[in-house]
Design a protein around this ligand. Structure first.
Ligand SMILES: *Cc1c(COP(=O)(O)O)cnc(C)c1O
Length: 348
């Protein structure tokens, strides 16, 4: 496979290139011991000190768990922060553009709008997979800076074709962001393994889904050291709290528990698929490599309302994919209650 050597410097916004980042006294003095009178902190208390702005201890632990290098990692307040930053680093407002493959994760559009970046929505095919030909007209356009590829894709649940992604990675002259928020539930290797081959690749992962820490807000963005340096320049200095960093380090120790819960959720997913397929109100259950199912109903709005009446809340995605609900996999008990409710609705 040929390497796609991109001149990153040429892609970065001029004001970001010229930026000198905020430097704290602790950037200059690296020692652990000392009398710290530099940051107007209060000497009393338990969370009185500012946290490590580069989260080095947490990055060590995450790198061991995920198999990447700590110096190729940016940590954000959720991967949503990384999505926002990638627009701010590369896209000049009202000039540059980004590609997404629809239907997909809504936050790419939200942050494009926030940053006044034009989004080019290109359709996935009927199997919700990539059709590289639709990208052809944009490959040489220097104002198209970013391409978001969500795999496994939200809300459809499927992995996108590896060869098609490789073709795009090799030919696109901008930054390719592969969002692997659900990779822990899938049976394919992460694109993290391919990082060394493409200096324009950013792999997004999160502790919110497979690791069950959505409340902590920790997202990972893996990329070349050169790219990491731009993220570090632009981010808020203390974007992850000390409590967040310590709690994540603690929870990441339990890899056995993590694997056990993933296995259980996958078994529950497969059980739910079988149950759903037996209902006459269900038209189609999309294949899923995630912890949710996109389900097509005869009348999704009606089923959605009926479930709400039974205090079961799912996500109505009918505006994005006709007549569909997206259902997260819950505990065995919760899934059984969902099936019981749907069977009742099916009989009505
Ligand atoms: C849930 C999700 C995220 C993760 O968001 P966090 O900000 O890390 O909680 C990112 N991408 C996709 C596609 C998601 O579904």
């Amino acid at each position: 496979m040929s390497n796609n050597k991109i001149n990153i410097n040429e892609l970065v916004r001029p004001n970001i290139k010229a930026l000198s980042p905020y430097a704290s006294a602790k950037d200059e003095y690296k020692g652990e011991k000392g009398i710290f009178l530099d940051a107007n902190e209060n000497p009393f208390g338990t969370v009185n000190r500012y946290p490590d702005p580069y989260q080095l201890a947490l990055k060590q632990v995450i790198s061991k768990v995920k198999g990447g290098k700590p110096n190729q990692l940016f940590l954000g307040n959720g991967s949503d922060e990384a999505i926002d930053l990638v627009y701010r680093i590369f896209c000049q407002p009202n000039k540059d553009k980004a590609i997404v493959f629809t239907p997909t994760y809504a936050m790419y559009e939200v942050y494009a709008d926030v940053n006044a970046v034009e989004l080019i929505p290109l359709p996935l095919n009927d199997a919700f997979d990539l059709e590289p030909a639709v990208v052809e007209p944009y490959l040489e356009d220097p104002t198209v800076k970013l391409m978001f590829i969500c795999s496994p894709n939200n809300p459809t649940g499927n992995l996108l074709d590896r060869n098609s992604i490789t073709a795009l990675l090799t030919r696109f002259k901008g930054i390719v962001i592969i969002d692997e928020a659900y990779i822990d539930f899938s049976n394919e290797p992460s694109w993290l393994e391919e990082l060394a081959k493409y200096n324009n690749l950013i792999v997004l992962q999160t502790l919110s889904k497979g690791w069950g820490m959505a409340g902590l807000r920790i997202g990972m963005a893996w990329m070349s050291e050169e790219l990491v340096s731009y993220f570090n320049k632009v981010k808020s200095p203390y974007n992850l709290s000390s409590v967040t960093q310590e709690e994540a380090i603690k929870q990441l120790q339990d890899t056995a528990g993590f694997q056990q819960r993933i296995k259980l959720l996958i078994e529950e997913r497969e059980k739910l698929i079988q149950e759903l397929k037996q209902l006459s109100i269900v038209k189609r259950v999309c294949p899923s490599q995630t912890n949710y199912l996109l389900v097509e109903f005869g009348n999704a709005d009606k089923v959605y309302e009926a479930l709400i009446n039974k205090q079961i809340i799912v996500r109505n995605r009918s505006k994005v994919v006709e007549n569909t609900l997206r259902i997260s996999i819950g505990t065995s008990e919760e899934n059984n209650q969902l099936i019981t409710a749907l069977k009742t609705i099916d009989r009505e």
